[in-house]
Ligand binder design. Structure first.
Ligand code: MAN
Ligand code: CA
Length: 206
């Protein structure tokens, strides 16, 4: 049995080696095949090398940027590995599941953060880019009718959608979601018990 196999293999081998020679009598075709293959290997090798260099360069530039911002690699690695993104001067986490406003806030607190507080036009635009209806850290709950951020500061600059806030159809809509992503004014008030994605924010001390 072993001998038969061996024979078949050697036949295949002979065919394979002979065919190019037969076709190319007098021309350096065999060499060509070898050269072509070497070229291909070299191309693959060089491409792989370039990709590695690019990856290293990107990694270094990202680390350098964060270093200039005053963030140590140990902090940034920790956040990136857990799926946070950095947008100066905070890290943000967008959930992949839905919860009520309070449960969302509790999740952020467990992560050493809180629901996002929007203090600038840039931050407002940034939060819209997630393209998910998500809770932000703004509520009327237990604040005697005044909109307040989760850090206790009152709302000064707002981005309510057209007609909002409206306690829609007489409902108590005491929590705020980003709803109208395509509009600068993207906020909507909504019952706090509704289920939404959420955005946590962790400001890193410089
Ligand atoms: C839904 C809810 C309300 C919102 C309206 C706007 O009914 O999200 O909170 O005000 O849509 O049409
Ligand atoms: Ca509303």
């Amino acid at each position: 049995m072993a001998r038969v196999l061996h024979k078949e293999q050697s036949e295949i081998h002979v065919d394979y080696v002979n065919a190019p020679n037969q076709l190319a009598r007098g021309s350096p075709s065999k060499n060509h095949t070898g050269k072509d293959r070497r070229k291909l290997y070299r191309l693959v090798g060089v491409s792989f090398g370039l990709l590695c260099i690019l990856q290293i360069a990107l990694n270094i530039s990202l680390r350098l940027t964060l270093y200039i911002e005053g963030l140590s690699p140990s902090i940034t690695d920790h956040y990136f590995k857990q799926g946070w993104v950095y947008f100066r001067p905070s890290f943000y986490y967008i959930s992949s599941i839905k919860k009520s406003w309070q449960d969302s806030r509790d999740d952020c607190l467990r992560r050493g953060a809180d629901l996002v507080i929007i203090n600038s036009r840039e931050e407002q635009d940034f939060t819209r880019k997630f393209h998910r209806i998500s809770w932000i850290g703004l509520t009327l709950r237990e604040t005697k009718g005044e909109w307040k951020w989760v850090d206790g500061t009152p709302l000064t600059k707002s981005y309510w959608g057209s007609g909002e806030p409206n306690d829609y159809e007489g409902k108590t809509e005491d929590c705020v979601e980003i709803k109208f992503h395509d509009e600068e004014n993207s906020w909507n008030d909504i019952p706090c018990g509704d289920q939404n994605f959420w955005i946590c924010e962790k400001t890193v001390a410089l």
